[in-house]
Design a protein around this ligand. Structure first.
Ligand SMILES: Nc1nc2c(ncn2[C@@H]2O[C@H](COP(=O)(O)OP(=O)(O)O)[C@@H](O)[C@H]2O)c(=O)[nH]1
Ligand code: SF4
Ligand SMILES: [Mg+2]
Length: 413
């Protein structure tokens, strides 16, 4: 569960370090964070899985450095590690491509090309400059790629501050920030009803991040946030002189809320707004139509981006599969993929149902969607799927007309 006081990982800027074994990635990660968590060793291939370390990088705030395995790793296990490093390159906000001050290698050039193809903002680091400073020729070669080039020596501490400053500049110029969850749907003076059930799944003594974020955005918009549980919807509406501008509810309470609130009041859910903030709502709405075309024996993949402890009536593992069976009456094969690893081959699945992804970045969520789209496998998300399965999708999408249109087109295609 999320802690509302520490910045959750999904809101931190993710900075990946990539390069050959022994380039000095772990040493640089240590120097940048002043922590000594990564194992630094002159035995090539010491960092096997991506290692994450969080720190504050003033003035941009909380960041996570991801120290990856060398891209020149060998053997069967090595190849798997290279694959994992390359996956990180797909979703990280910034890539530090760590080469040698003695000159770039073909692996470095391949990484630069990959990062460009993926649109990952990158910095080219020429490390170990204390051993041999880069020649003019090496520098000119490095600069031809048009990326910022920083010369460092992780052991001597040379260029570390310049690297930090370059990271800060790139973050400020280049990364893809999350969009608002709901703040842009409200105007100054509006009243917005937020429905947040406090059930056994709710964390003790606090609210979860999307709820806190929604309240904060509504305050920023000078709107009035009226926060209630689902048993008070009708009563809350009756309290108000003017109807609320919209109601945003936890998906799990959608049936209760839809029953109590007149159709004239726009209705949306936290997980649907999460798709709006962190992914591409229109594409996911189009993908939701695939739920109406499922056939006996189809495989459905539920994608949970973190390995949170499954709850008693877990939404991904129990409720969505149950509602899918109820709605379709089909014999479906429902599988769950947990964590940041996302299958390369999605083609065995008729549809993917993605969680809100509150612990990962928008870039990560878009990477998943892009991969699904490139393999022509429809993707929806928890919020949209739940609304569809409970019969409320058209109503909740009325807040997002283009997404509604995409869903309707999807039904016909
Ligand atoms: N002289 C010097 N040695 C370095 C530098 N960076 C890393 N090393 C050494 O190179 C070896 C590999 O470093 P490591 O950080 O584990 O590389 P990684 O495999 O890319 O993570 C270690 O012995 C480090 O001490 C540097 O900038 N200068
Ligand atoms: S499974 Fe997805 S939505 Fe649920 S807590 Fe993890 S990242 Fe957030
Ligand atoms: Mg390492």
């Amino acid at each position: 569960m999320l802690n509302t006081f520490n910045t959750p990982k999904g809101l931190r800027i993710h900075i990946g370090l990539f390069g050959r074994r022994n380039a000095g990635k772990s040493s640089l990660a240590n120097a940048l964070t002043n922590q000594h968590i990564s194992i630094v060793s002159n035995v090539p291939g010491t960092t096997t899985d991506p290692v994450e370390k969080a720190c504050e990088l003033a003035p941009i705030g909380p960041v996570v450095f991801i120290d990856t395995a060398g891209v020149d790793d060998v053997g069967e296990l090595g190849a798997a590690r290279v694959e994992r490093s390359k996956t990180v390159l797909e979703w990280t906000d910034i890539a530090l491509i760590v080469g040698s001050a003695a000159g770039l290698e073909p692996d470095d050039r391949e990484l630069i090309a990959d990062a460009k193809r993926l649109g990952t903002p990158s910095i080219l680091v020429l490390n170990k400059a204390g051993i041999k400073a880069p020649t003019d020729q090496v520098l000119a070669d490095a600069r031809q790629y048009g990326l910022p080039v920083v010369i460092t020596d992780a052991v001597e501490g040379l260029g570390i501050d310049a690297l930090r400053q370059t990271i800060i500049r790139i973050v400020q110029e280049d990364t893809e920030p999350d969009r608002p969850l709901c703040g842009d749907l409200a105007h100054a003076g509006d009243t917005v009803l937020l429905v947040t059930p406090i059930d056994s799944g709710a964390p003790k003594g606090r609210l979860i991040l999307p709820q806190v974020q929604a309240i904060r955005e509504l305050l920023d918009a000078h709107a009035k946030a009226y926060v209630i549980q689902q048993d008070r919807v009708a009563e809350a509406i009756a309290d108000l002189k003017n109807p609320p501008a919209f109601i945003m509810t936890d998906s799990q309470a959608i049936d209760d809320v839809a029953r109590q609130a007149p159709d004239s009041i726009p209705l949306t859910t936290f997980s649907l707004q999460m798709a709006y903030a962190k992914s591409d709502l229109i594409e996911l709405a189009r993908g939701t139509a695939a739920l109406s075309k499922l056939k006996d024996g189809d495989r459905v993949l539920i994608c949970e981006t973190c390995s949170h402890h499954p709850q008693k009536d877990d939404i991904g593992r129990l409720k969505i599969p149950r509602w899918l069976k109820e709605k379709t009456g089909l014999d479906l094969k429902i599988e769950v993929a947990v964590g940041k690893d996302f299958p390369d081959d999605l083609t065995p699945y008729a549809v993917l149902i993605q969680c809100g992804g509150c612990v990962v970045t928008r870039r990560h969520m878009l990477m998943r969607l892009r991969r699904a789209m490139s393999q022509k496998v429809p993707m929806t998300n928890y919020g949209l799927a739940i609304c569809y399965l409970r019969g409320h999708l058209e109503r909740v999408l009325s807040c997002h007309p283009e997404a509604l249109e995409a869903f309707r087109k999807g039904l016909k295609s």
